[in-house]
Design a protein around this ligand. Structure first.
Ligand SMILES: *Cc1c(COP(=O)(O)O)cnc(C)c1O
Length: 391
């Protein structure tokens, strides 16, 4: 049996998205910038997708820009807001300690260019406190960027409250919603979001495509110079099939969302309860204020990497945290931000499910995981000390 329990890393393209894309490789092959009929058909497909994505988040079509994915959308939004701020002498940026590296590394780059960055704490529950954001905002704050849902621990930030504070203070608010889009209701107007990033492959769309929402009236800077695509802000012939596939996948994901979430939540609750029966195990992040399919555990006395390898041998695909940092021996910056001690953070396991997973798969994980943890602990020199309470 193979169980794919790594839906937060990427998802399999849905049949519907794939079918929507196919004609864009054949009949609708034109360049959307061409004036003839073949080009116009491609342009129509792109604009239809833009409208559909915009309406899914309560935006207008003219506020949605296509990118190559979540990382590009994050990079673009943050550098754009920083440049805008700098023009007015505002060089302070606020974010949180457990953002995706697409955000954190962009902020690091801006720091080297003379910006000042404040990273808000996320506390043990993996949540930003609105009052701490309010206190951190200064006269010279140009941007607040805080993720909607964390990719490792799945916690859902109080986005509407954060947006309200930023709007009141007149500060731009960006959210990396890559883990939220397609999973949670989003309304950029109600939530007072100025910029929002998403990526197609996190909700059963194709890889290599994403979108950035930028509220009307924000003076956008150019990302790629060249032709007039994306209002001249991001040049290059559009990836028509991917754009169409992403729009279809988003529509499909949001259909019957509540039923899907309820089914996933049921699987998560059963799995979480049973896994926490394993001695010296813990669930990281708030147990309730998290996306339906996310579980992030730590098992004392073992290394997350070996756990993953053993699970993989049994056909279970999971993650130690973020796909982007696996392979590095550093413990997750997200778990450290939650205050998990370094030794414990090393033994982390993220299981991320969605509606494409089944109760039978949960059974299989439960038949397999406790035995694997036990075997690894028997091999671990640390485990004996931990049991004796010496560590
Ligand atoms: C996956 C992910 C990204 C990066 O998206 P790509 O499409 O892989 O560039 C950014 N932020 C979060 C929260 C993610 O989960």
């Amino acid at each position: 049996m193979q169980v794919y329990a790594d839906q937060a890393a990427t998802t399999k393209i849905s049949e519907r998205a794939l079918q929507a894309m196919m004609p864009c490789y054949t009949d609708i092959f034109g360049n959307p910038s061409s004036l003839h009929e073949v080009g116009r058909a491609a342009e129509e497909a792109v604009e239809k997708a833009r409208k559909s994505i915009a309406s899914a988040i309560g935006a207008e079509a003219g506020e949605v820009y296509f990118t190559s994915g979540g990382s590009e959308a994050d990079n673009w939004a943050i550098t754009m807001a920083a440049q805008l701020g700098a023009k007015k002498g505002k060089k302070h940026l606020i974010s949180s300690a457990f953002e995706h590296h697409a955000v954190l590394h962009t902020l690091d780059k801006l720091k080297k260019e003379g910006f000042e960055v404040t990273l808000l704490p996320v506390h043990e529950d993996g949540l930003v406190r609105p009052e701490e954001l309010e206190a951190a905002i200064r006269e010279d704050t140009a941007l607040v960027t805080i993720m909607f849902v964390n990719n490792e621990v799945g916690t859902i930030q109080p986005i509407e409250k954060l947006g309200e504070i930023c709007r009141q203070k007149g500060v731009l608010f960006h959210t990396d919603a890559v883990q939220a889009a397609g999973h949670l209701p989003i309304d950029v107007k109600e939530m007072k979001i100025d910029m929002l990033s998403m990526a197609g492959h996190k909700f059963h769309g194709p890889k290599g495509v994403g979108a950035l929402f930028v509220r009307k009236g924000i003076a956008m800077s150019n990302l790629i110079s060249g032709g007039g695509q994306e209002k001249g802000k991001r040049a290059g012939t559009e990836n028509v099939p991917a754009i169409v596939g992403m729009a279809e996948a988003l529509r499909e994901s949001l259909e019957n969302r509540e039923e899907k979430n309820a089914a996933v939540l049921k699987m998560r609750k059963r799995l979480t309860e049973a896994v926490l029966q394993i001695p010296k195990s813990r669930l990281n992040g708030d147990p309730d204020q998290r996306i339906a399919g996310n579980m992030n555990f730590c098992f004392e006395g073992i290394e997350g990497e070996s756990l993953l390898l053993y699970l993989d041998l049994q056909g279970i695909c999971a993650s130690s945290g973020s796909a982007c940092t696996s392979g590095s021996l550093e413990p997750s910056h997200v778990l450290l931000a939650l205050g998990v001690p370094v030794e414990i953070a090393h033994g982390s396991l993220r299981i991320s499910l969605d509606e494409s997973n089944t109760e039978e798969e949960v059974d299989y994980i439960l038949q397999t995981l406790p035995g694997v943890v036990k075997r690894l602990r028997e091999m671990s020199p640390m485990w004996e000390h931990i049991q004796k309470g010496e560590v």
